[in-house]
Design a protein around this ligand. Structure first.
Ligand code: NAP
Ligand code: HSE
Length: 428
């Protein structure tokens, strides 16, 4: 029987305790599946006195995760503390320097330092695995690096922040405004300690940047992800979009185009009947499109103790079996700099405006759209008690620049009140 694979776990919060539970509860299953014992040698967290909801009395304790990373009696450093810098980065670097493989759930760390860490690990002959960092329990990293490795990837997209999907679906189902549901999410403990990571699209953007690197063979370029959060999505747009057969999702899209790598994380309309449109609550969904396979849709829990620990363990098992996959699916030194696309590919847009009810008003709006080179696909005007009427327009494919030009044009007509809302419709 080969030697046991010895883990050092840094972080005993939601995910770390989940990992401890799986190692303890599934010891025999893990041995059968890997051909060796998986053992925890040492653990680290800030507060040794905290009740951990798992028996950790048999493990050595390190208060300093860097010290844990350097211990001679561990083979794999499991980083489940979090944070793009600080102890997570220092300890991961220390682990690589000490010749350990690394398993992490930390998307922020890899979105900011993934290339440097992958190069360091590969130079040292070590691996970094990060299944849990993207879409929690959904095995999307393995799908891309293994299952779809024979494909040229065309597009990767998905809903990868459960909190935002919870907020948007709850707004629609309960008819509540953003602020009320945000507060509800806070009470339920769904929000990150810094909620902007969720609602400004940063957390989901981190995840998208990691998938884009694997899919397109490019260095992780989180700074090039176009980010737009959900804070300005109104209940009115959620309702009106539903009337037109759409749902609003915080959707991440990465695709390699002739104009460069497009990476966007922003509220988009998707057809209500599509798998993405049907996604409710905190669930995640990732859609992968390859030249040979076509489209794959993966749906599942994007967070929580069990799902995230399940993903961490899949990486531990991979290492225990002797698999040595490069961090981003190909050698880090072969990843190329991504040339960011300057603008998103053309798409249909949803426009909502308040139009003054007077003769010729609609003709003026149509003329502005025509002058901007935008063709109307569908239009709806609502009944109204006031001097202005809500008008919705779904355009044919156009560019964001043309939409912005038209919005400036509307303001000059004298028949459009307030700010026109424009949301991209993603073809899924
Ligand atoms: P958490 O519950 O806040 O736990 C963090 C743990 O790290 C705590 O045990 C904490 O110690 C420990 N820690 C923090 N700073 C430390 C330091 N300087 N030295 C030693 N220990 C330190 O976090 P989590 O939810 O488990 O998340 C962990 C990682 O998984 C993050 O990168 C997160 O983004 C990622 N992730 C989480 C989920 C999820 O559903 N929770 C899903 C996907 C990915 P104390 O307990 O003593 O304070
Ligand atoms: N805040 C994240 C979410 C946790 O809501 O999806 C999992 O990464």
């Amino acid at each position: 029987m080969p030697e046991p694979l010895r883990l050092g776990i840094a972080g005993l919060g939601t995910v770390g305790v989940g990992v401890v539970k799986i190692v303890q509860n599934h010891a025999e299953l893990l041995r059968l599946r890997t051909g060796r014992e998986i053992a925890i040698t040492a653990v680290s967290a800030r507060d040794r006195t905290k009740n951990r909801d798992a028996d950790i009395s048999g493990y050595a304790w390190e208060t300093d995760p860097v010290a844990l990373a350097g211990r001679k009696d561990i083979d794999v450093f499991v980083e489940v503390m979090g944070g793009a810098n600080g102890p997570a980065k220092a300890a991961t670097e220390a682990a690589i320097a000490a010749g350990k493989d690394v398993v992490t759930a930390n998307k922020a760390l890899l979105a900011h330092h993934g290339q440097a860490l992958a190069e360091a690990a590969e130079t040292a002959g070590r691996v970094i695995r990060f299944e849990a960092a993207v879409a929690g329990g959904i095995p999307v990293v393995k799908a891309l690096t293994e299952g779809l490795a024979g494909n040229r990837l065309k597009r990767v997209m998905g809903v990868m922040n459960g909190t935002c999907n919870y907020i948007l679906t709850r707004m629609e189902n309960a008819g509540l405004p953003y602020e009320a549901v945000f507060e509800e999410a806070r009470q339920l403990g769904y929000l990150e300690a810094d909620p902007s990571l969720d609602v400004d699209g940063i957390d989901a953007g981190h995840k998208l940047s990691l998938l884009a690197s694997i899919a397109f063979g490019t260095k992780v370029s989180f700074d090039a992800v176009e980010l737009e959060g959900i804070g300005h999505v109104s209940i009115e747009d959620i309702r009106r979009a539903a009337d037109m057969g759409y749902r609003i999702k915080l959707l991440g899209v990465a695709q390699m185009t002739g104009r460069g790598l497009e990476q966007r994380m922003s509220p988009c309309l998707v057809p209500a009947e599509s798998p993405l449109g049907q996604l409710q609550g905190g669930t995640n969904m990732v859609v992968l499109e390859g030249d040979s396979v076509g489209q794959i849709v993966m749906r599942g829990p994007g967070a929580g103790q069990g799902p995230t620990a399940s993903a961490v363990m899949s990486d531990v098992i991979e290492i225990a079996r002797g698999s040595r996959i490069a961090t981003f699916g190909q050698p880090a030194l072969s990843l190329v700099d991504a040339i960011p696309a300057k603008a998103a590919a053309p798409a249909p847009y949803y426009l909502r405006m308040e139009l003054l009810d007077k003769p010729g008003a609609l003709a003026k709006v149509a003329a502005v759209l025509g002058d901007a080179g935008i063709s109307i696909d569908r239009m709806r005007q609502y009944g109204h008690a006031d001097i202005s009427a809500p008008v919705l327009i779904v355009t044919h494919k156009t560019t964001r620049d043309a939409i912005d030009l038209a919005i400036r044009g509307f303001a000059a007509t004298g028949v459009v009140e307030g700010q026109t809302v424009a949301i991209r419709i993603e073809e899924v």
